[in-house]
Design a protein around this ligand. Structure first.
Ligand SMILES: *[C@@H]1O[C@H](CO)[C@@H](O)[C@H](O)[C@H]1NC(C)=O
Ligand SMILES: *[C@@H]1O[C@H](CO)[C@@H](O)[C@H](O)[C@H]1NC(C)=O
Ligand SMILES: *[C@@H]1O[C@H](CO)[C@@H](O)[C@H](O)[C@H]1NC(C)=O
Ligand SMILES: *[C@@H]1O[C@H](CO)[C@@H](O)[C@H](O)[C@H]1NC(C)=O
Ligand SMILES: *[C@@H]1O[C@H](CO)[C@@H](O)[C@H](O)[C@H]1NC(C)=O
Length: 420
C-alpha cells in the first residue's frame, strides 16, 4: 500500500471535480438574454467583425446589449483595503455591487480551504468562479443558488454572504426597510430589517443599474481571468489592488487571530516558532508578483482592461485616486462617492472600529504596521518578498530605527498608469 496517499489525493480531487461537473450539468443554461430573431443568421463560420453587436455562441444568437454595461472586478487579497475600494463602487448610484460572491463557490467546493492550502485546491475553484462571475455580470443571480446552502426556495434566501455590504441589496426595490430619513442601512441593520433576500428582486435591481462591480479576494492573479477579459460579451475592467505585504501581514495577524497565532507568538516572544507557516505570507507575494508582472508587461489582451492600484496611494489621496479609477473604468463620477469619501477618511478614530470596517483614518492606517510588527518579522518578510517589494516600490528598512521613523516614508512615488 505504498501508494495509498496518492490514491487518497486522487479520490479527493475526483470528488471535487465530480461536484463541479454536477453543478455545471444542472445549470448548462448559459446566458439568459438570448433573443433569437433569426437563428439562421448564425452560421458557424460567420466573421464576428461583420456584425459587431451580435455574437454566435452555442449556435445561438446573442444580443450583446450586455457589453454596454461596464463590469468591474476588484482583484484583491484579504486585508489589502478591498472593502474600502469596494465602497468606491458600492456608493455609486448607478453601480450594482456585490461583496465576495465567490465565497459561496469556495464554501461549496472546498469547504476546508485555508489561504495557505495547496495551489491545486485553489486552481480547482477557478473554473467554477469564472462561470459564476460571468453569470453575475449578466445579472443572472439564480446561478448562485447552486452554491448557497441550504439551497434557496422560491428564489429566496437569508444566507447570502455579507448581503448587507451591498447597498443595492439593502435598498428598494430589494428591501423597503429604509426609513424616510435614512440614507442607507448599516450592514447589520440590513440583515435584521430586510428579511430574506428575494433574488428575483435583486436581479431586477441589477438590471436597472448601469454597471456591475464585484469584489473578490478569491482569485489569485489576473492570468486566471483571461477567459473573462477576452469574453466579448463582457466589458471587464480589472482593478488589481495591492498593498505592502508587511502591512497585510500585520493587519491579518490582528484580524485572524487564530490562523495567524504563530506570527503573534513570534512578535510577543521575539522567537520564531519552528512550525510557523511561512506560506501564509509567501502566497501573497507570489500571487502579487505573478499578477503584477503580467499586468505591467502589458500584453495585448489587457489593453484598457487592467489597472494597478496601491492601497497606500489611495489612502494618501483618496479623492484623486478615486477620480483616476473612474476615469479608467469609464463610468461617470457620482457625488455620493465623493460624499462617502469625505465622510469616511477623516482623522476620526472614535466612530467605528469594526473588524471589516472601512471607517477610519485611511492614511494613518496604511502605515501603522511599522509600529506593530517587530523588526525581526519585517526583516523576514523583506527577504521572503524582496522581488515584489521592489516591483511595487515599497522600500525595505535595514534597522529598527528606520522602521519606526514614520517621517521616513517607505512608499516610493510611482505612477502605475493604466495601459490604455
Ligand atoms: C438593447 O438596447 C436597446 C437600446 O438601449 C433597447 O431598445 C433594446 O430593447 C435592448 N435589447 C435587449 C434584448 O435588451
Ligand atoms: C413556494 O412557492 C409556491 C408557489 O407560490 C408555494 O406553494 C410554496 O408554499 C412556496 N414554498 C415556500 C417554502 O415558501
Ligand atoms: C419575489 O419577488 C418577485 C417579484 O416581485 C415576486 O413575484 C415573488 O413572489 C417574490 N418571492 C417571494 C418568495 O416573496
Ligand atoms: C457620515 O458618517 C456617519 C457615521 O458613520 C453617518 O452617521 C452619517 O449618516 C454619514 N453621513 C453621510 C452624508 O453619509
Ligand atoms: C527620520 O527620518 C528623517 C527623514 O529621512 C531623518 O531626517 C531623521 O534624521 C530620522 N530620524 C531618526 C531619529 O532617525
Amino acid at each position: 500500500m505504498q501508494c495509498s496517499w496518492k490514491a487518497v489525493l486522487l479520490l479527493a480531487l475526483a470528488s471535487i471535480a465530480i461536484q463541479y461537473t454536477a453543478i455545471r450539468t444542472f445549470t448548462t443554461k448559459s446566458f439568459h438574454i438570448c433573443p433569437i430573431p433569426n437563428p439562421n443568421n448564425c452560421s458557424p463560420g460567420q466573421d464576428p467583425t461583420e456584425s459587431p453587436d451580435r455574437l454566435c455562441e452555442d449556435g445561438q444568437l446573442i444580443n450583446s446589449n450586455i457589453s454596454r454595461k461596464t463590469h468591474v472586478l476588484i482583484l484583491a487579497t484579504t486585508r489589502s483595503g478591498s472593502s474600502f475600494v469596494g465602497q468606491l463602487f458600492n456608493q455609486h448610484t448607478d453601480v450594482f455591487y456585490l461583496f465576495e460572491p465567490l465565497y459561496h463557490v469556495q464554501y461549496t467546493l472546498i469547504p476546508k480551504m485555508t489561504p495557505s492550502k495547496s495551489t491545486t485546491d485553489r486552481r480547482v475553484m477557478l473554473g467554477a468562479s469564472r462561470d459564476l462571475l460571468r453569470s453575475l455580470y449578466d445579472c443572472d443571480l439564480y446561478f448562485m443558488e447552486n452554491y448557497i446552502k441550504p439551497q434557496p426556495i422560491n428564489h429566496t434566501t437569508d444566507r447570502l454572504f455579507r448581503r448587507g455590504a451591498s447597498k443595492a441589496l439593502c435598498s428598494p426595490p430589494v428591501c423597503d426597510a429604509l426609513g424616510p430619513t435614512d440614507i442607507y442601512l448599516e450592514e447589520g441593520d440590513c440583515a435584521k430589517k430586510c428579511g430574506s433576500l428575494n433574488l428575483s428582486l435583486a436581479m431586477e435591481s441589477c438590471k436597472e443599474h448601469g454597471h456591475v462591480a464585484i469584489k473578490t479576494v478569491r482569485v489569485p492573479e489576473v492570468n486566471d481571468l483571461r477567459a473573462l477579459v477576452e469574453d466579448p460579451r463582457l466589458n471587464l475592467k480589472v482593478i488589481q489592488l495591492v498593498r505592502d505585504p508587511r502591512g497585510i501581514l500585520a493587519s491579518r495577524s490582528e484580524t485572524f487571530r487564530d490562523t495567524y497565532r504563530l506570527w503573534r507568538i513570534w512578535r510577543a516572544t521575539g522567537r520564531r516558532p519552528y512550525n510557523l507557516d511561512a506560506t501564509q505570507l509567501t502566497t501573497v507575494c507570489e500571487d502579487f508578483l505573478n499578477s503584477v508582472s503580467t499586468g505591467l508587461s502589458r500584453p495585448l489582451w489587457l489593453k484598457s482592461r487592467y489597472m494597478l492600484l496601491r492601497y497606500e496611494d489611495l489612502a494618501r489621496n483618496p479623492m484623486k485616486k478615486m477620480e483616476e479609477i473612474y476615469d479608467f473604468v469609464g463610468i461617470p463620477l457620482d457625488t455620493n462617492v465623493e460624499r462617502w469619501i469625505l465622510n469616511n477618511t477623516r482623522a476620526d478614530q472614535s466612530s467605528a472600529k469594526h473588524k471589516y470596517g472601512t471607517l477610519r483614518n485611511s492614511a494613518a492606517t496604511a502605515e501603522s504596521w511599522r509600529l506593530t510588527l517587530s523588526y525581526d518579522i519585517v526583516e523576514f518578510t523583506q527577504n521572503a518578498c524582496r522581488q515584489v517589494l521592489v516591483q511595487l516600490g515599497y522600500k525595505t528598512v535595514s534597522s529598527s530605527q528606520d522602521l519606526r521613523n514614520l517621517s521616513y516614508s517607505l512608499i516610493e512615488d510611482r505612477s502605475f498608469t493604466p495601459f490604455l
